[in-house]
Design a protein around this ligand. Sequence first.
Ligand code: WQD
Length: 340
Amino acid sequence: MKKCVLVSGGAGFIGSHVTVELIEAGYDVIVADNLSNCDLTCFEGVKKITGRDDLAFHKVDFCDASATDELFSSNRIDAVIHFAGFKAVGESVSEPLKYYRNNLTSFINVIEACRRRGCSNILFSSSATVYGEPDSVPVTEQSPRKPATSSYGNTKQMCEDILRDSVQAYSEIRGIALRYFNPIGAHPSALIGELPRGVPNNLVPFITQTAIGKRECLSVFGNDYPTPDGTCQRDFIDIVDLAKAHVFAVRRMLEGKMKNEYEIFNVGTGKPLSVMELITRFEAANGLKLNYKFAPRREGDVVAIWADPSLANAELGWKAERDIDDTLAAAWAWEKHLAE
Ligand code: WQD
């Protein structure tokens, strides 16, 4: 019998790409989302890409404990991947309680429902933000976590701890936290991608919106950092590559291959790229010129961070494969698709 994976936050940017990869790998998927920060555009795209017209959408708010439990009691769920959560770093600083209530409550409800309904496998979507400003790069999973600089980042650290402690206390569950670096791009079909509401905070959506004329000019935040070209360095990871890492992690759990009951993996390419390098690659990959200017540093930005992904490479058998130029072409194709 096919194993069934629940994807909470499955209508969002990462959740929709993960749903596609799970279906293509032969899993049954239950897509659930409260649509608080997205609509059904990507869910419809998932159905088209996979040819699964019958794929059901479950409108569930995971902050509602009884609705969460009901989802688990009425479906046979073998594993859950938990994405549901708020993710705007700036907003989390001005509205911390909104972030703590939502991101912690929903995860606690999911873990409790797993325990009650016999689902043993929990995968949490964590972030490189837990490393803060690292003492050295690349960062490994052993690199220290630094005090979070936003409530958003704090919820990622706290949810990791909630999962770790739950796994330790309750022998029936096991967990994996995947720490994502900077996910960018879109599915090569251009049917699903990132749909930021309002002015994008993240670099690549701002680039594509500037290129298409929705924004006048990209501000490059800081060109006086102690890096080769003065701009920040990041580990930009293709969204499809990132989605595939989830399939490997879920399989590891379901097949009983975990070496510890709680495991953490970096999900990155291991290759740093600066903001200016990314802009130049975007222009070259898509044959266009971007309107940009240098602007003051953005508060809270880390100077340089990239992953040592060797643990994920060795243990999950997963590796980032897509070429950055293809990734940036896919991001641009998605932006153009939205404008059609
Ligand atoms: C990347 C670089 C900016 C916009 C954040 C979160 C992290 C995560 C991903 C979210 C930085 C520069 C950006 C712009 C710019 N999770 N930049 N002009 O800050 O590395 O990570 O998003 O769900 O937790 O912290 O990503 O894309 O915002 O910025 O110059 O208009 O691009 O200063 O150096 P970041 P980002």
